[in-house]
Design a protein around this ligand. Structure first.
Ligand code: NAD
Length: 243
């Protein structure tokens, strides 16, 4: 089940956190995985830890040139691209009134425009083989309002909508597109909560934050042919926070 033999995957923001956990699960499932990130040292260390089936490339998801170069390199090295996980993202806990235009723009650039560039650049490589799976990492902040993270919520709602539009457009060429909506996941991103981090678990019906692996297993399913009829949908993994 959920095997990825002979598949080539690109995971953005894969140096650490959920991206690194997904890379490990993908490698174990038989895929050739390219992780990309702006954190070069951490990215190289993660790729080294995962062995020959994992490579690291420097990649800023905001850069159109970086996207072109990463996808061209993958196709040149491996002959194909089957899976894209648009995972790179940033989170700032700032409400509407305090959000500066610069912060808004940075959030939209990385979390939303990065996903647009990724889908637009990777899709033709997938269409060449009449198959592919794109998984866009949104958030529960893309399922409901978030009073303390205005720009983040805007970017994650956008990813949810872009996913559906791309899924309809790419379905005839065999490329599936889905969004994943994690709740509170135990990664460096939680540092943004500061002292509030200690109280987070009391707000989660399941009573604990999730490990990166618990999101990764859902992403692995969506990447695999087991999810062959799943496209254009949002998949929530949040311990009932949005229930
Ligand atoms: P993380 O901070 O550990 O990982 C994010 C990664 O994205 C980092 O390696 C970072 O360097 C990379 N990144 C940031 N800007 C980039 C850029 N411009 N180009 C390339 N890479 C860049 O946090 P995480 O929890 O692993 O986050 C992964 C995804 O999950 C993000 O999209 C995040 O918004 C989403 N998410 C996280 C949580 C959570 O609770 N941790 C909840 C919901 C959604």
């Amino acid at each position: 089940m959920n095997r990825l033999d002979d598949k080539v995957a690109l995971i953005t923001g894969g140096a650490r956190g959920q991206g690194a956990a997904e890379a490990e699960l993908f490698v174990k499932a038989g895929a050739q995985v390219v992780i990309t990130d702006v954190l070069d040292a951490e990215g190289r260390a993660t790729a080294e830890r995962l062995g020959a089936a994992c490579e690291f490339l420097h990649h800023d998801v905001v850069s159109e040139d970086d996207w072109n170069s990463v996808v061209e390199t993958i196709v040149a090295l491996h002959g194909r691209l089957d899976i894209l996980v648009n995972n790179a993202g940033i989170f700032r806990m700032v409400g509407l009134i305090e959000t500066s235009l610069a912060m808004w723009q940075q959030m939209i650039d990385i979390n939303q425009t990065g996903v647009f560039l990724g889908m637009r650049t990777a899709a033709p490589a997938m269409q060449a083989n009449s198959s592919g799976s794109i998984i866009n990492i949104s958030s529960i902040a893309g399922m409901r309002g978030a009073s303390v993270a205005h720009a983040y919520s805007a970017s994650k709602w956008a990813v949810r909508g872009m996913t559906k539009s791309a899924a309809i457009e790419l379905a005839p060429s065999g490329v599936r597109v889905n969004s994943v909506h994690p709740g509170i996941i135990d990664t460096n991103m939680l540092d943004e909560f500061g002292p509030m981090r200690d109280n987070i678990e009391s707000r989660i019906p399941l009573g604990r934050v999730a490990s990166a692996d618990e999101v990764g297993k859902l992403v692995l399913f969506l990447a695999s042919d087991d999810a062959s009829y799943c496209t254009g949908q949002e998949f929530v993994v949040d311990g009932a926070m949005t229930s």
